[in-house]
Design a protein around this ligand. Sequence first.
Ligand code: MGD
Ligand code: MGD
Ligand code: SF4
Ligand code: MO
Length: 680
Amino acid sequence: MNPYIAQRDGVVPSVCSLDCPDQCGLLIHKKDGKIVKIEGDPDHPVTQGSICNKVRHMAERLYDPKRLQQPMKRVGAKGEGKFEPISWEEAVDTITSRWKSLIAEYGPESILPYSFYGNMGLLNSEGMDRRFFNRLGASKLNQAICSAAGGVGYGYTMGNSYGTDPEETVHTKLFIMWGINAVSTNMHQVVLAEKARKNGAKIVVIDVHQNQTGRWADWFIPIKPGTDSVLALGLMHVLFAEGRTDEAFMQQYTVGHEQLREHVRSYDPATVSAITGVPADDIIKLARMYAEVTPAFIRIGNGLQHHDNGGMNVRTIACLPALTGQWLVRGGGAIKGNGGFLEHNFDALQRPDVRPNSDARIVNMNQIGSALLELDPPIRSMHVYSCNPALVAPEGNKVRQGLARDDLFLVVHDLFLTETAMYADIVLPATSSYENTDFLASYWHHFIHLKQPIIEPFGESKSNVDVFRLLASGMGFEDSMFSDSEADMIRQALDNPSNPYIANIDYETLERELYVKADVSPSFIEKLPTPSGKIELYSERMEADGHPPLPTYTPLADDGDYPYLFVPAPNHNFLNTTFSNNEKHVKMEKVPRLYINAADAEAAGIANGETVRIWNDRGECLLTASVGETVLRGVLVSQGLWADMPGSKHNVNSLTPDREADMGGGAVFFSGRVNMAPVS
Ligand SMILES: Nc1nc2c(c(=O)[nH]1)N[C@H]1C(S)=C(S)[C@@H](COP(=O)(O)OP(=O)(O)OC[C@H]3O[C@@H](n4cnc5c(=O)[nH]c(N)nc54)[C@H](O)[C@@H]3O)O[C@H]1N2
Ligand SMILES: Nc1nc2c(c(=O)[nH]1)N[C@H]1C(S)=C(S)[C@@H](COP(=O)(O)OP(=O)(O)OC[C@H]3O[C@@H](n4cnc5c(=O)[nH]c(N)nc54)[C@H](O)[C@@H]3O)O[C@H]1N2
Ligand code: SF4
Ligand SMILES: [Mo]
């Protein structure tokens, strides 16, 4: 038995598995074999003992009486939520015999896996599952719901997800938090900035909503949604025009600075101000500040890339540190993500080589509603795990209509009977990450962690890894890769000759230390994986892919004749929909609010605290008005993906468009338009 499980009382170290950049070190307090308390691990070099309130209350979720304990089969209508317990044997038998007959009749691409990062453990999120679906030859999923557009955009400029070591930002003197609600979504970047602030650092926040992060700033700059690339181009205009660029740096480390210099001439402060809503004087002031205050660091958030032009927004902002040479300054530079430094051996872990059909069709997870309703040949079965598409995917009404299809054989594996599981034919109970073995890589700091199981599986629940082992055996797959232990798989994954930054990390070291930092030297800037090896201010690759090669503004797509842009962002106390069904967390968050500019509220006859209906062609949703000056006129902001069982009408994604962003097939959650009215 694992020593941490065997230890029934006391404190054991662990790591948070939620989809959050911080990836905190945890200390788990146990009593009589149960988790009674979770706090931060003070020894963790980056997170240093503090954690968020959500995870402080994790025990309430782990032992929530609503947690699933047994497999179940549907006995009522789809969506009605009537189920009966069955054995694992019957569950696996039902699934595999159905899949065998679907494969015989329609081929394996009639089956689609649908998953995301409810658990960031790499064996459970993209390990054994990938082996299984590759072997099966299922349709592939483009997991473009989170950071796809920005990831591609950043990659055009920098080659990969490479940025500043966040630990170095204690030395920073200017923080630009750009389209990130860091107080809620990256709290340790805020802790590091607070340390720097004690030494005089200034904090600038650029956002469409003056939320908790905007209120924390020294200078909050409100901007019109989807116009960030223009602001960045305006800053470049001032930097070039006033001779504030680092010519030696650009000469050595970039391509295209001469073309860029010419190109940004047209983005003068007055033009930029008219598009972004940021006063011309503020554009000049920010540019000068960015040139003069050093080290200057930009934290590029996910918010500004959930737009039609999201990839280009990130691609453009990512050019800024190169103009001033901030990449060579300790504590300068930028972070969009840092996952590139921690890349493991995907081929060894996921085994694409066993796939019989490497050309299998790819379904964009952001368009799952239309895919379920319209794709030809149809998706006849879907296996959902670590994800809650009924609430998190755009065009929510189409998604639910698709899930409700009588001829769709739907398997849902989760810890709870989620909104998605309500439509399932077979529901499988999942262990929490505290009940299984895995390894995790942060997408913000430079550490890889081992996660040991700490408690026994809850009821009859099983990990994703174990479920795919069972399904493989039920399908009659005899490949030895399905018998690899977790430790074997971690060893295979960490053996990655193509990523020198993790050459110092192996299973044995992880087992001993639990977390190990990648060996990233600041000189990563010398050998970027762009085609030129340099920072690409001008990108031939973009041109070949059909984009303008220089940073360029494209307005948001026409989304119909509705007066308000609707930005439904995450909230403080949930993690996407995780915790939205746990009483404690809902109490902390109170009600789903809609932030409305006072002038807009007055014009629409809406009072603070009133229930508001917002709608468009795609659907409607009910929220509680929060009237004030935190958003510009014409912009509505909500926070959080609230539980939405039949009747509650809180699904903001009923209103969001399922168009693809400019890059990577990314989601455009924040580029939809709506109308609003009070509910009387
Ligand atoms: N508490 C909590 N933490 C989380 C999550 C959570 O749900 N709750 N989710 C996790 C996940 S999966 C992710 S991807 C990250 C996301 O966390 P962030 O990177 O912070 O991204 P968002 O919260 O989506 O959006 C950030 C900000 O962008 C703003 N915004 C929207 N449109 C624009 C725009 O056009 N321009 C500018 N400048 N700002 C804009 C929004 O108002 C919001 O304040 O957080 C992770 N951490
Ligand atoms: N309107 C709007 N929509 C959004 C966003 C937004 O900002 N606005 N953000 C988007 C973003 S950035 C993201 S990343 C997505 C996130 O969307 P999802 O990935 O769907 O995130 P969650 O809602 O947290 O759902 C994760 C589910 O996984 C389950 N789970 C946890 N651990 C395990 C496990 O080990 N095994 C199994 N089988 N299940 C497990 C949890 O119980 C939970 O139900 O949402 C997107 N949707
Ligand atoms: S959700 Fe984020 S901040 Fe909270 S404990 Fe987990 S990693 Fe840390
Ligand atoms: Mo995300």
